[in-house]
Design a protein around this ligand. Structure first.
Ligand SMILES: *Cc1c(COP(=O)(O)O)cnc(C)c1O
Length: 358
């Protein structure tokens, strides 16, 4: 009886539901904050050559030294701060969660926020505390400082800009949190390419600050590469939990190559920001939705007079997959989230939205 085997699985794992990825077959995919553009032909050809020259028979460099050094330079990371690389920033969240104490502390983040913080805390068996944002999805600093005092978080994650609300929190409030937090504060800058605001320069000032980045939203989601910078003392400890060859050779080669061709990705991010302005203005004309301002490559909006499920379904029936936040109450009630695509994809989305709101 396979069921008998379940008694060996931790009950809290049995109670989890797996992270769901929607099937996008045949649909315009605007649900996952991906960059919609492929690389230009000449760059793909050069990349192909670089990948072909990679020794697949050998284990990767366990410390990805060349890539780490290149990231230090290209991303202008202060020279007295260390870097650890992850198989996506999700893996770095996991390594952090595995490294902290299990009792009398917690992993803290903000709600609504990036779901992986809570999920990974559950995987790691540590307490999670989600501090509510205010009605405009900004930090409620009073509530936050009270929660910090009460729960003594080992780690606070701050997504900057936030997902799913797409806004940047007030930088001075984040500084206050960094100053008053008893443990680490990780500023997650996954959407930096579209917001251009960063806490990297503040790393030298605050010993407990870490900055996390990923190449996913920049246009390399398939590579699975994130990095976390901070105090060498902390990086040295958590690095012991990193599996030895977590960054495969193809990713190391491709990421190094792409760092040298960063201008292409930055140009694409620029296109996406231009498109964002247009999509936001077009959406704002509809009385049937409330559209939240975005500093990222996606837009959150609330359906006013219909159910968001119905609007989501009609948009999907018209060939466009967006994200249904599936909330019937609370701050995300009746909210949907759309990723900015190419000009053509956005046009399709806006037409589908128009039909859905009719
Ligand atoms: C998408 C996202 C990430 C995950 O990035 P990966 O590097 O692809 O694992 C991390 N943080 C936030 C806030 C995100 O939205």
């Amino acid at each position: 009886m396979p069921e008998k085997l379940l008694r060996w699985i931790r009950p809290e794992i049995q109670n989890l539901s797996a992270y769901h990825v929607a099937n996008a077959d045949g649909l315009i995919k605007l649900d996952a904050m991906e960059n919609p553009y492929l690389l230009p032909e000449n760059i793909r050809r050069d990349l192909q050559h670089a990948l072909a020259a990679t020794a697949l028979n050998r284990y990767p460099d366990p410390h990805a030294k060349a890539l780490t050094a290149a990231l230090h330079t290209y991303m202008q990371i202060p020279s007295d701060r260390a870097i650890i690389l992850g198989n996506g920033s999700d893996e770095l969240i996991q390594i952090l969660a595995m490294s902290i104490l299990k009792k009398n502390t917690c992993l803290m983040a903000f709600e609504p926020g990036f779901v992986m913080y809570r999920m990974i805390a559950e995987f790691a068996g540590i307490d999670y505390v989600g501090v509510p944002l205010d009605v405009n999805f900004n930090l409620d600093i009073g509530l936050t400082l009270d929660a910090i005092e009460k729960h003594q978080p080992a780690i606070i994650f701050i997504a900057y800009p936030n997902n799913p609300s797409a806004n940047l929190f007030d930088a001075s409030m984040i500084e206050t949190i960094i100053r008053l937090a008893p443990g680490l504060v990780v500023v997650d800058e996954a959407y930096h390419p579209f917001a251009q605001k960063t806490f990297l320069p503040a790393l030298s000032e605050f010993e407990n600050l870490m900055v996390m980045r990923t190449v996913s939203k920049l246009g390399l989601a398939g590579l699975r590469l994130g990095f976390l910078c901070g105090s060498p003392v902390i990086v040295n400890e958590i690095d012991k939990l990193r599996l030895p060859y977590n960054i495969n050779v193809l990713t190391q080669t491709a990421a190094l190559f792409m760092l040298e061709n960063m201008a292409v990705l930055e140009q694409q991010a620029g296109f996406i920001c231009e498109q964002r302005t247009g999509v936001f203005a077009a959406m704002n004309k509809y009385d049937g939705i409330e559209v939240f301002p975005s500093q990222a490559n996606f837009i959150l909006f609330r359906v006013r007079y219909k159910s968001s499920d119905e609007v989501f379904d009609i948009i999907k029936d018209n060939g466009v997959l967006i994200k249904n936040m599936k909330a019937t109450h609370g701050p995300l009630r009746n909210c949907l989230r759309v990723t900015i695509g190419t000009a053509e994809e956005n046009k399709f989305f806006l037409q589908a939205l128009e039909k859905a709101l009719r």
